[in-house]
Design a binder for this molecule. Structure first.
Ligand code: TRP
Ligand code: SF4
Length: 327
């Protein structure tokens, strides 16, 4: 039986960190067991905000693809591609833009929020307003059954369904309405206890070396109430402990939990143990990254193949679309 299809993308605006791993990639990897997955680099979406300094896009694409493969996205099973390699996305975006009411786009909560929050860039552009229309094109192109995304993307998925409904209503029932497959939020925070993000300088990157991970972890903020070494700590309020729960053996986690509460272990030691668990988990990814960096052809081939498979479906969809739109 044909497996159900899912589609998801990531904007190439910097290196991937553990927030991406726990907020998306681990889930993407396991979805491969049950779905036919289409995972792509949303480079045109990145351009909506990075248009003044697009260098970051090019730099990030290869690096992100290396991380994806290192972490276990499997190009034999999944279609891994780059959005701008499939020009049909631009054509579908254009056609969908004709039927997307301005009011829907202007009231999009993500849009309003970003305009307010992102002060260092001018986002009052036509392209940025149309961001969710391009996203709808990405998803509908492959007639996706579902889209694995975080909560921050729910409004965009709702818009995708509204646009699909409108298209189907005007022309013909071409697009199935895609479901939102909500990824649970990453429990881990950045080193300063804010959300992990490239722009806060609080991230641990997949590609960080052992030394960098160790020094970054040493700087992490722990339970703020454990100000001095003899104070007992509260693992439930400590981000370092959350990492232990993900990366350290269960037995040892129990010891740390008790040691923290009774102040028999200190934060310095606790962080050293955490860094070593984390480094152990990242080591195989570093190995794989090295191999892929040494042979750039591997990633090139993955994208050539992935783009080919994606393009084939995109062409079929566009034929159908042009026919019903009578263009
Ligand atoms: N907007 C998504 C994000 O910022 C990226 C994205 C673009 C996407 N096109 C998509 C996600 C299609 C899912 C499906 O995370
Ligand atoms: Fe956090 Fe560990 Fe310090 Fe406890 S001992 S507060 S778990 S870093």
């Amino acid at each position: 039986m044909e497996r159900k299809r899912i589609v998801s993308g990531m904007r190439p605006t910097g290196r991937l960190h553990l927030g991406h791993v726990h907020g998306a990639l681990n889930n993407w990897r396991s979805l491969q067991e049950d779905y036919q997955c289409f995972y792509f680099i949303a480079d045109w979406h990145a351009l909506t905000s990075e248009y003044e300094h697009p260098e970051i896009i090019k730099e990030s694409i290869n690096d992100i693809l290396i991380d994806w493969i290192a972490i276990g996205l499997n190009p034999e099973e999944s279609v891994i591609f780059v959005q701008s390699g499939i020009k049909e996305h631009a054509e579908l975006h254009l056609i969908l833009s004709m039927i997307s009411p301005l009011s829907w786009l202007e009231r999009n909560p993500t849009y309003k929020e970003q305009l307010k929050e992102v002060a260092q860039r001018n986002l009052y552009t036509y392209g940025f307003l149309g961001y969710p229309v391009l996203q709808a094109a990405d998803i509908l192109m492959y007639k996706a059954h579902g889209v694995p995304v975080g909560e921050d993307q729910s409004a965009h998925l709702e818009l995708t369904r509204e646009i699909a409904r409108r298209f189907n209503h005007f022309y013909s029932n071409v697009f199935p309405l895609p479901e939102t497959l909500l990824t649970p939020e990453a429990k881990i925070l950045g080193t300063d206890r804010r959300k992990m993000s490239n722009s806060y300088g609080n991230a641990i990157f997949i590609s960080d070396s052992e030394e960098i991970v160790t020094t970054t972890v040493a700087d992490m903020i722990t339970d703020p109430q454990r100000a001095r070494r003899p104070d007992p700590g509260r693992p439930d309020f400590c981000n370092v402990f959350t990492f232990h729960e993900l990366y350290t053996d269960k037995e040892k986690v129990k010891e740390i939990d008790e040691g923290c509460r009774s102040a028999s272990i200190g934060c310095v030691e606790c962080k050293q143990m955490m860094a070593s668990s984390l480094n152990e988990a990242l080591e195989p990814l570093r190995e794989k990254r090295k191999e892929l960096e040494a042979n750039p052809r591997i990633i090139e081939n993955i994208i050539d193949e992935g783009n080919k498979k994606a393009r084939k479906i995109a062409r079929d969809t566009m034929e159908e679309v042009r026919e019903v739109v009578k263009i």
